[in-house]
Write a protein that binds this ligand. Structure first.
Ligand SMILES: [Zn+2]
Length: 130
């Protein structure tokens, strides 16, 4: 991943973080794409939609968990920029498509399924993100 790509990811994570922090989980409407109502640009609509689905579908891991994940990704980006985009577990590159949908991802789909089997499985097949 180039420095430019990392900078773009950082900016995106910061925008998404602001979106999560401002979101009221009780009033979230998944798949809403109107930037005026979400405060998020079109390019982030897919990630926002995914994010809102996570918030809406997870009772025990919600907004705070997602904020923690975003902060973790930002911290990693700051501390070890060369490692950003690599799976923390197997150190293989995380597929760009997965990072696009889940910019906060620090594990590849395989390792996440192995380490966090509860996460993601109920709402979508994890293999969708390979
Ligand atoms: Zn991995």
């Amino acid at each position: 991943m180039t420095a430019k790509q990392r900078a773009a990811h950082r900016a995106r994570l910061l925008r998404l973080r602001a979106g999560v922090a401002a979101a009221d989980p009780a009033r979230i409407e998944p798949n809403r794409k109107d930037p005026a109502s979400t405060g998020v640009a079109d390019e982030d609509a897919q990630a926002l939609s995914e994010m809102l689905q996570v918030l809406a579908s997870q009772r025990n891991r919600g907004q705070a968990d997602l904020l923690a994940r975003i902060d973790r990704a930002l911290a990693r980006l700051a501390a070890a920029p060369e490692d950003f985009g690599l799976c923390e577990e197997c150190e293989e590159p995380i597929p760009p498509r997965r990072l696009q949908v889940m910019p906060w991802a620090v594990l590849c789909a395989g390792c996440q399924a192995r380490l966090e089997p509860r996460l993601g499985a109920p709402r979508r097949k994890i293999t969708d993100y390979r």
